[in-house]
Design a protein around this ligand. Structure first.
Ligand code: NAD
Length: 476
C-alpha cells in the first residue's frame, strides 16, 4: 500500500496546480477485486470549482490556440513519453481501482494511450482546410479553427485510453480542456496533472477534475464550454445531450454503448470464429462498449459452434487474465440480467460468480426471443446470446434491429458475401473474420443510439474544430 500512498493524487488539477475542492465533499474509490476501500479522499469538483476551471481554460485559450502547432505537438509528444515513463505508477493506480491486470495496463493500455497522443500531435500542423477557385470572382477558403473551451467526461472501463482519445485531438488543434474521469476509476487520470505540468502545457490548457454525475452535469450545462465529448452509457449520454441543448447548444460528441452482433456463416473457419467470439465477450469481463454480445450462427453449424463456444468458455479462468466486474452495483446488475435471462432463454453455461470473487463466469444463453431483455439490452458483463439463422437477408435484418449500432462482425470465407455484408450491416465498424478491432488512424463511433460523431483518424480530429468559410472578392 506504501507504493500507492506515495503516488496517490486526489485533488483537482486546475490552472497548472493541484488544488482542493471548494467543498469538503470527498468521494470514495473501491477496489474492484475485493471491494476494499482504496481512498475516501477524492475531491469532487463543485459548480464553483468548475467555474474556476472554465475561467482558467478561457484565459489560456488565446495563447494556446496561437502557439505554433509544432510547439503544441512537441508538448503533446513529451506528455506521451511521460505516460510511458510513468507506466508503473499509472498501471498501479488503475489496477487498484478496476482490477485491470498490471500486465495488460503496461503492455496494452498505456502504450495505446501514448500512441493516441502522438498520433494527434502529428496532426497539429496538418489540418490544412480547403480552397476553391475564383471562377465567379470570389476566392473561397475553408479554415478549420479550434472551438475554445472543451470538456471531456470518461467511462470507468479504460480511462487512460479515453483520456488520450479526447485530450490528444482537442489540444493538438488548439483547444483547451477540462477532463473528468469516472468516479469509479479516477486515480490514474488525476495523477496526470503532474505529467501535464512536466510536459510543458501552459497553466489552464489541461485541467483535470474529480467528481461523480453532479460534476459531469455542471460541465454539460455550462454556458462557457464550447464542446463536450462524452464516453459512457446511453442513459447518461442522453442527459449530456439534453443539458447541452438546454444551455448553450455546445457541440456534443457521444461514444455510447452497444449490443454488437457477430454473424457466423456455414463456410466460416470455425476455430477462428470461436476464438474471436470468445475474446469478444470475455475481454475485460465483457465491459467493453464494442463487446460481441449477440451471435448469429448458421443453422448448419449451429450445434457444433455452440458446443465449441461452451468448451472455450468453460476452459478459461478469466480471473487470471481479465478485469473483474467493476463494483457491487454492476455485479448485481449483471446478475439481475442473468436471472431474467434464465426465465427468457436457455442458459447453456456460466451464469454464476467464480468462488468468492467479483468475476462472473463467461455465460451463454441460447435462442432468446427477440423480445427478451438479455437479447436487446447492453449488459456490460461476460454474457453472450446465441441464435440461429438460415438466410442472409433475415440475419442482416436481425443484426440491424437494435437501438445500438457500434460494431459488428461477419465470419465467412466468401469475399463477395463479406463485402456485401459490410455494406448491409449498419454499425460504425464492421470486422470481417475478427472482432473488437480499433485503430488510432481510423474513425471509431456508432450509428443510431450508439452515439454522435467519431473519434480517431482525420475525421476524429476535425470534430474538435469549427469550419470557417471565407469569401474573398477579387473584383473589388
Ligand atoms: P456512465 O454513463 O455511468 O458514466 C460515464 C461518466 O458520466 C462518468 O464519468 C460519470 O461520472 C458521468 N456522469 C454521470 N451522470 C452524469 C450526468 N448527469 N452528466 C454528465 N456526466 C455524468 O457509464 P460507465 O458505467 O462509466 O461506462 C459504461 C458505459 O459506457 C457502457 O454503456 C459502455 O458501452 C459505454 N462506453 C462506450 C464507449 C465508446 O467508445 N462508445 C467506450 C467505453 C464505454
Amino acid at each position: 500500500m506504501n507504493a500507492l500512498t506515495n503516488i496517490l493524487e486526489t485533488r483537482l488539477f486546475i490552472n497548472g496546480e493541484y488544488v482542493d475542492s471548494m467543498s469538503n465533499q470527498r468521494l470514495s474509490c473501491y477496489n474492484a477485486i475485493d471491494h476494499s476501500l482504496v481512498t475516501n479522499d477524492v475531491h469532487a469538483a463543485t459548480k464553483e470549482d468548475v467555474d474556476i476551471a472554465v475561467a482558467a481554460a478561457q484565459a489560456a485559450f488565446t495563447g494556446w490556440s496561437s502557439t505554433l502547432p509544432q510547439i503544441r505537438a512537441k508538448i503533446l509528444n513529451k506528455f506521451s513519453d511521460l505516460l510511458e515513463e510513468h507506466s508503473e505508477q499509472l498501471s498501479l493506480l488503475e489496477h487498484v481501482c478496476s482490477g485491470q491486470p498490471m500486465l495488460a495496463m503496461k503492455s496494452v493500455f498505456i502504450p495505446a494511450a501514448a500512441t493516441r497522443i502522438r498520433y494527434s500531435a502529428g496532426w497539429s500542423d496538418k489540418l490544412a482546410g480547403q480552397s476553391f477557385p475564383a471562377e465567379n470572382g470570389f476566392l473561397k477558403i475553408v479554415h478549420r479553427e479550434p472551438l475554445g473551451v472543451c470538456a471531456a467526461i470518461t467511462a470507468f472501463n479504460a480511462p487512460l485510453m479515453f483520456m488520450a482519445a479526447k485530450v490528444g485531438p482537442c489540444l493538438a488543434v488548439g483547444n483547451v480542456i477540462i477532463l473528468k474521469p469516472s468516479e469509479k476509476t479516477p486515480l490514474s487520470t488525476l495523477y496526470l496533472g503532474r505529467l501535464a505540468k512536466e510536459a510543458g502545457f501552459p497553466p489552464g490548457v489541461f485541467n483535470i477534475i474529480g467528481g461523480a454525475g453532479a460534476t459531469g452535469a455542471f460541465l454539460a450545462e455550462h454556458l462557457e464550454i464550447d464542446r463536450i465529448s462524452f464516453t459512457g452509457s446511453l442513459a447518461t449520454g442522453k442527459k449530456v445531450a439534453q443539458a447541452a441543448s438546454k444551455s448553450n447548444l455546445k457541440r456534443v460528441g457521444l461514444e455510447l454503448g452497444g449490443k454488437s452482433p457477430s454473424i457466423i456463416f456455414a463456410d466460416a473457419d470455425l476455430d477462428n470464429a470461436v476464438h474471436w467470439c470468445t475474446r469478444g465477450i470475455v475481454t475485460a469481463s465483457g465491459q467493453m462498449c464494442n463487446a460481441s454480445s449477440r451471435v448469429y450462427v448458421h443453422e448448419d453449424i449451429k450445434e457444433k459452434f455452440i458446443q465449441r463456444m461452451k468448451s472455450a468458455f468453460e476452459g478459461i479462468d478469466i480471473s487470471q487474465t481479465q478485469a473483474p466486474v467493476i463494483d457491487r452495483i454492476q455485479l448485481a446488475r449483471v446478475e439481475r440480467y442473468i436471472d431474467q435471462g434464465t426465465k427468457e432463454s436457455s442458459l447453456l453455461t456460466g451464469g454464476t460468480r467464480m468462488e468468492n470473487s467479483s468475476w462472473i463466469r463467461p455465460t451463454i444463453f441460447v435462442d432468446p426471443s427477440p423480445d427478451a431483455t438479455i437479447y436487446k439490452e447492453e449488459i456490460f458483463g461476460p454474457v453472450v446470446v446465441i441464435s440461429g439463422f438460415t438466410d442472409e437477408q433475415t440475419v442482416v435484418e436481425k443484426a440491424n434491429n437494435s437501438k445500438y449500432g457500434l460494431h459488428s462482425a461477419v465470419f465467412t470465407q466468401d469475399i463477395n458475401r463479406a463485402m456485401r455484408l459490410s455494406s448491409k450491416v449498419s454499425s460504425g465498424t464492421v470486422c470481417i473474420n475478427c472482432t473488437l478491432m480499433v485503430d488510432v488512424g481510423l474513425p471509431f463511433g456508432g450509428c443510431r443510439q450508439s452515439g454522435w460523431g467519431r473519434e480517431g483518424g482525420k475525421i476524429g480530429m476535425e470534430e474538435w474544430t469549427e469550419p470557417k468559410t471565407i469569401f474573398v472578392n477579387l473584383t473589388y
